[in-house]
Design a protein around this ligand. Structure first.
Ligand code: G3H
Ligand code: 13P
Ligand code: ZN
Length: 319
């Protein structure tokens, strides 16, 4: 068992009409929750690390924890850099044992994005590491991008980008967005219970991209569903997450049956953990042993990841 690249995972996922969950890791409890769920559901998963996660937990700790998860679960995982901003951070992760990196050149011009991505691909491929690129810009709080600055991927650009860079997978923008506030209330309608319903994803763009790149793995960022029940529980227990809204699960399932082979989920982990911790502290105000609330938080994340594997990604029993 080992940390592996996404090559085989994506090939099987594309052919099987399902997607691999890429879950953001920041500490031991999150890593245990994701990998235990994956082992129990017999599903591959990608553990992904943002620049913020590397700053918070440090590369060496996350690396050691990911390796420990492989050993403990007996499952192969991919270890991926999420939103690599420049060549240096990608190089540092490649040299430091990651099996996959993302170079996010989506804020650059088309030509600069190609040049930067190609440079990372050359370095990565020479060392057996795979690379995810991005075309099109998502809206989202983590990226400090206002919704008005987001732009959908132009299908007519994808073949040239993939051919000239040599990337192994491509993240595209079809209406998903980072964080727990993916859309403003104004952009949504409300259902009969007053819950916000977001505008649908641009499946026409995904379909066109799929036609132009047959067999090629597509990635969706900003794909948390921001479950209403979870947000309601947090708010009922003293939280303040007004009008949080995500991507409906059935739309993600539909995308996973198409060319989408990797679906990124971070906000849903944060929400599941927060709900668990708030519940313990509300029910047991005398609790102060971190293990008491982190144990529940870990169980909540595990439940959420298992739910995604079965109902959203469709990757159960594919190991
Ligand atoms: O896309 C961004 C991920 O949710 C990571 O967020 O930079 O706060 O760790 P972060
Ligand atoms: P969410 O904020 O929707 O979970 O997206 C996470 C992501 O895209 C990480 O790269
Ligand atoms: Zn992302």
């Amino acid at each position: 068992m080992a940390l592996v690249t996404t090559k085989e995972m994506f090939k099987k996922a594309y052919e099987g009409g399902y997607a691999i969950g890429a879950f953001n890791i920041n500490n031991m409890e999150i890593i245990q929750a994701i990998t235990e769920a994956a082992a129990e559901e017999k599903s591959p998963v990608i553990l992904q690390v943002s620049a913020g996660a590397r700053k918070y937990a440090k590369h060496a700790y996350l690396m050691a924890l990911a390796k420990a998860a492989v050993e403990d679960s007996g499952v192969d995982f991919a270890l991926h850099l999420d939103h690599g901003a420049d060549f240096e951070v990608c190089k540092s992760c490649i040299d430091g044992g990651f099996t996959s990196v993302m170079i996010d050149g989506s804020h650059h011009s088309f030509e600069d994005n190609i040049a930067l991505t190609k440079k990372v691909v050359e370095y990565a491929h020479a060392r057996g590491v795979v690379v995810e690129g991005e075309l099109g810009v998502l809206a989202g709080v983590e990226d400090d991008i206002a919704a008005e600055n987001s732009s959908y991927t132009k299908p007519e650009e994808v073949e040239e980008f993939v051919t000239r860079t040599g990337v192994d997978s491509l993240a595209i923008s079809i209406g998903t967005s980072h964080g727990a506030y993916k859309f403003t209330a104004k952009q949504c309608t409300r259902n009969e219970h007053g819950v916000l319903v977001p505008p649908p994803l641009r499946f026409d763009i995904l379909e066109e991209v799929g036609k132009r790149l047959p067999g090629f793995p597509i990635v969706l960022h900003g794909a948390s569903s921001v479950a209403h029940e979870c947000v309601s529980e947090i708010n009922a227990l003293g939280g303040k997450l007004p009008d949080a809204v995500g991507i409906p699960e059935e739309q993600l399932r539909r995308a996973a049956k198409m060319a989408v082979c990797k679906i990124n989920i971070d906000s849903d982990i944060r929400l599941a953990m927060t709900a668990g911790i708030r519940r313990v502290l509300a029910e047991k105000p005398e609790a102060f042993d971190p293990r008491e609330y982190l144990k529940v938080a870990r169980a909540e994340v595990k439940k959420m990841v298992a739910h995604k594997i079965v109902n959203v990604l469709g990757s159960k029993n594919t190991l």
